[in-house]
Design a protein around this ligand. Structure first.
Ligand code: SF4
Length: 424
């Protein structure tokens, strides 16, 4: 009898990567592979990389070195965005055996069956324009919440972003398929599904890129709302220009779509938004926030913002700061701009010195802290529904309210994986 091979995964980057790693892991377990923790000895190590994190290459090299040192005979497979963008560079890392680009990631079972430890790494990748298929994925390591990928790729051309080059054109699952996956998840203990994608609001484009399925994000939400057995949905992130009033109205009246939006802004200055090639002006963002708050005063709103983009003078940064200060939002995710090979932003001047980028990051993180305190304070004494996770972390359990306020309380078994009426 053939010995059962073991596999360990490590994920760098976003929720989309986590959901894809989960799916890859399930694919291999289904084929008889034994799943190991990344710190344990395994026959195969798979690293799912990211192109957005600053140190993708450094982290990847570091992990491969560690594997080489501990178990030099193990196979090392690298996949994910960085593998699609820089296959040659990754293949040259000593110890790497296989590089899987975006089109080959989900053919991992076949590739592993043909792989043995050799001298040079094999690259299985194609040009990103040829990547048009869609593979549904969901994470299932935490049985309380799961991240369900319903869309991939992006047709936008933001001047700082490499994601379209790593993930290809915008394409989506069909609503019928999503519903099927959700009905399967409803049979498990999962209580909350977080809808994920690269550009989620662009949902509806079929696997052949621009050919429309004649479906859209609002219709997806309306149909998900009808599925029995799933109590909560969250929208991971949606571009402001794609967040329509109809979507906001639907979320406001739905019992299952949580009052929580994450809306990338990136800058509060119209000059910077134009340089970033974003598809809206700050006035549109203000309108969206106002409409959400008019219908759902308790709604949590998270904002992505980039500091230190080329051309961001002190005055333009102040515009962003003042804009965010005045907006009724709940928290910020602050990113420090960093140069990415192959992006148009590299040609923009003047470059902002790193020390100033870091300073601006700190200022916005402080603002975010204050925003979150203020938002939470507004709800103290009010009753909200909290979904508690099942983990007992040193006697403490944690959960999120419908409007994304994090709650920690002494562990009670009967609350694990349950929605509890809670006074904040
Ligand atoms: S919308 Fe812009 S930032 Fe977001 S993935 Fe597409 S190109 Fe990148």
């Amino acid at each position: 009898m053939q010995k059962q091979r073991s596999v360990a995964f490590h994920t760098l980057g976003c929720k989309l990567n986590f959901s894809e790693t989960s799916t890859l892991s399930r694919l291999l377990e289904h084929e008889g592979f034994e799943k190991k923790h990344f710190d344990e000895t395994a026959d195969i190590y798979v690293i799912n990389t990211c192109s957005v994190t600053d140190n993708a290459d450094k982290e990847c090299r570091h992990l491969v070195r560690r594997i080489q040192r501990n178990t030099p005979e193990s196979l090392v497979v690298i996949t994910g965005c960085y593998a699609q963008l820089k296959p040659q560079e990754i293949a040259s890392i000593p110890g790497v055996d296989l590089v899987l680009g975006a089109s080959e990631k989900f053919n991992i079972v076949k590739h592993l069956s043909e792989l043995s430890k050799g001298d040079s790494a094999k690259i299985c990748s194609c040009e990103i324009d040829e990547v048009t298929g869609f593979n549904a994925s969901f994470s299932a390591n935490d049985r309380t919440r799961t991240f369900l990928k319903v869309q991939d790729g992006c047709d936008y051309t933001c001047s700082f972003c490499t994601i379209p080059k790593a993930r290809g054109k915008s394409r989506s699952d069909t609503i019928a398929n999503v519903l099927e996956n959700v009905k399967e998840l409803a049979k498990t203990q999962v209580k909350e599904i977080v809808l994920t994608g690269v550009n989620l609001g662009d949902f509806g484009k079929g696997p052949e890129g621009n050919k429309k399925n004649n479906e859209d994000f609002l219709t997806l939400l309306e149909q998900l709302d009808e599925v029995r057995g799933i109590e909560r949905y969250r929208i991971s992130s949606i571009e402001p220009n794609l967040l329509t009033n109809e979507i906001i109205e639907f979320v406001a009246k739905s019992k299952k779509l949580m009052p929580h939006f994450h809306i990338p802004l990136q800058s509060g200055s119209n000059t910077m938004l134009a340089a970033m090639r974003r598809r809206y002006k700050r006035e549109l963002y203000t309108e969206r926030v106002a409409f959400i708050k008019q219908l759902m005063p308790h709604c949590s709103i998270g904002v992505d913002v980039i500091v230190g983009f080329p051309g961001e003078t002190e005055e333009l940064f102040k515009e962003t700061f003042d804009f965010l200060h005045s907006l009724d939002v709940s928290y910020l995710h602050v990113f420090t701009y960093s140069e990415r090979e192959g992006t148009d932003a590299l040609n923009l001047k003047p470059v902002v010195p790193i020390s100033i980028r870091n300073e601006r990051n700190k200022k916005l993180r402080n603002l975010s802290y204050m925003k979150l305190q203020y938002f939470t304070q507004q709800h103290v004494g009010k009753q909200r529904k909290v979904l508690f996770e099942k983990y007992n972390k040193d006697g403490i359990m944690e959960g999120y309210s419908d409007n994304y306020i994090r709650i920690a309380t002494p562990y009670r078994k009967e609350w694990a994986n349950e929605i509890v009426e809670w006074v904040i």
